[in-house]
Design a protein around this ligand. Structure first.
Ligand code: NAD
Length: 548
């Protein structure tokens, strides 16, 4: 990857311009144009990347809707990846909401309608028995990160079938933008097993399989064949499961985490970002983690994953498991998760405490007196005025995290959290909210999104060639992320670092993860003398290569 002329792979002329990782558009130098047979194929005057970036921003900012901006950015990625990442990295605060949540949610809902060019790999039931052959069609051999979905639970939007491809594509763009994983090393995958979304099945432009979701043994066999083939063909790749339905997500993680280098971002990545937010909030409230009582709204992948990581953290502080579990309470679509309920799925059982039932969230707050409420239910408005007011009555500084995505699914808005708590809430949300001015003071909500975690964890795993992704790694990434929150962030109410610092954040997390992998004997690479320098050397910078 270092010798830039190797990138050409013998390509010349129009083939260079049509390859998004080689194309530099008007930025090819005179010398390159001569050497690569580009004379006449480009306008004569040369522009540098900076000037090209300004043209992109000018065009982009003229678009009147976020979806149009998304389409424009994806088209740029398909033409010129270095320029796409240069623009994205230099304008993360403006563009992350376009290439990722919330706009990526809308893009997935319309994916088949805004379709220009395929991106990523589609595997379906029709490929049973020859998934390896399909994987071999992928043009890159040195894949290091795969993001895999079956489209069943896309953000908080539900089953979007093959339209869910927007998520692996978007997440991998963030691996490159936020942690510098080389774009050639990224492989987005959608396993199309059908959809139960009637409106997609009725849509003539929908391009996924027109059938109900595959379930049971056939589903399991397809996923199993896929994971085995992927691990065999791309043995150095970390496999990230993304936006699978609840039951499959827990089962796949349990079944495969010890056999493959694999993690589930919704369960484990979200957990780390939520725990980091709690650690930061404690710097404001002054308590310890063991002093907290956390009530989750939603007991799915994100909620239970976070609960389990909090238990891990409390155990590390010396609490017994039983005591630790008493710190985490859950409320799901049927009310408070308590021991006497008979409808609980296995992952909720360890959190089903002996307590009278409660069907109302505000009543559960009154009964349990939590210090923090964490929304991971995908239910807009689930934090009512009454709930937030109750939190503000019980706590001097109530912790209120509304982590559901996209923005319209947040349990409450930033403005509501601040207004209903008279400016005392420590608020974070999964999708970005603008700063809020309330009674003469400006509050800046933090974005509690796993984008602060997975790129750094991935980079650390890639740099060390770790053979597994462990809970300890997510615990470490949470602590590292929290340690990077400054006093000035906290003074503004933000429990995460500013977004423009995310490459620095991911690098710190990656170094901590690589150190852990070497210390715990999980790394397949030999331990380098300088781990930090070794991690930094893996980072892709979106500056143009020079084909001298
Ligand atoms: P999931 O389907 O596994 O879980 C959803 C949970 O919400 C279930 O326990 C369900 O019972 C509960 N629920 C549904 N309706 C409810 C209601 N009316 N009242 C109370 N509980 C209700 O989904 P998940 O993977 O846990 O994701 C949930 C949400 O969290 C989604 O909106 C997702 O976008 C968001 N999320 C955010 C991040 C982040 O980084 N901020 C990461 C992952 C997931």
């Amino acid at each position: 990857m270092n010798d830039e002329n190797d990138l050409l792979g013998g390509k010349r002329g129009i083939d260079v311009i049509h390859d998004p990782l080689l194309n530099k558009g008007t930025a090819f130098t005179e010398e390159e144009r001569e050497r690569l047979g580009l004379r006449g194929l480009l306008p004569p005057r040369m522009h540098d990347q900076q000037l090209q970036k300004e043209r992109v921003l000018e065009n982009l900012r003229r678009k009147t809707s976020d979806l149009e901006k998304y389409i424009y950015m994806v088209s740029l990625q398909e033409r010129n990846e270095h320029l796409f990442y240069r623009v994205l990295v230099d304008n993360l605060e403006e563009l992350m909401p376009i290439v990722y949540t919330p706009t990526v949610g809308l893009a997935c809902q319309r994916y088949a309608h805004i379709f220009r060019r395929p991106r990523g790999l589609y595997v379906s039931q029709a490929d049973r028995g020859r998934v390896a052959e399909v994987l071999r069609n992928w043009p890159q051999r040195d894949v290091r990160v795969m993001v895999i979905t079956d489209g069943e639970r896309i953000l908080g939007l539900g089953d979007l079938g093959a339209n869910g491809m927007g998520i692996p594509v978007g997440k991998l763009s963030l691996y490159t933008a936020c942690a510098g994983i080389h774009p050639r090393q990224c492989l987005p995958v959608t396993i199309d097993v059908g959809t139960n979304n009637r409106s997609l099945l009725d849509d003539p432009l929908y391009f996924g399989l027109q059938r109900e979701r595959l379930r049971g043994e056939d589903y399991e066999a397809l996923i199993d064949e896929f994971l085995r083939s992927a691990a065999q063909l791309f043995p150095r790749a970390v496999l990230q499961l993304e936006d699978f339905g609840n039951a499959n997500a827990f089962r796949l993680l349990t079944q495969y985490r010890d056999s493959f280098c694999l993690f589930d971002d919704d369960i484990q990545g979200t957990a780390a970002v939520a725990l980091a937010g709690l650690y930061s909030a404690l710097r404001i409230t002054g308590g310890t983690l063991a002093d907290q009582r956390v009530l989750f709204m939603g007991a799915g992948e994100a909620g239970i994953g976070t609960g389990e990581l909090i238990i891990h953290a409390l155990r590390a502080e010396g609490l017994a498991e039983r005591e630790a579990r008493q710190r985490c309470w859950f409320f799901d679509s049927h009310g408070l998760v308590v021991a006497e309920r008979t409808d609980l799925s296995p992952h909720k059982l360890p959190f089903a405490h002996a307590h009278p039932p409660a069907a109302d969230f505000a009543a559960a707050i009154e009964a349990l007196q939590p210090t923090a409420i964490i929304g991971v239910s995908g239910q807009a408005g689930a934090f009512s005025q009454e709930s937030v007011r109750a939190m503000a009555r019980i706590n001097r500084r109530p912790i209120v995290f509304a982590l559901s995505n996209p923005t319209e699914k947040a349990e409450c808005t930033a403005e509501q959290a601040y207004a209903w708590s008279e400016g005392r809430a420590i608020f974070a949300s999964g999708s970005p909210f603008a700063p809020v001015d309330y009674q003469g003071q400006r509050y800046v909500p933090g974005q509690g999104n796993n984008v602060y975690i997975f790129p750094g964890v991935g980079l650390g795993v890639v740099a060390s060639a770790a053979r597994a992704v462990t809970d300890e790694m997510f615990f470490t990434s949470a602590r590292t992320l929290a340690s990077l929150v400054s006093e000035s962030d906290l003074a503004q109410g933000r429990v995460y670092p500013e977004l423009p610092r995310i490459r620095e954040v991911s690098t710190h997390i990656a170094i901590a993860i690589a150190e852990l992998a070497y210390d715990q004997g999980l790394a397949r690479n030999p331990r380098p003398g300088d781990i930090a320098a070794d991690v930094r050397a893996c980072i892709f910078e979106p500056n143009y290569p020079r084909f001298a």
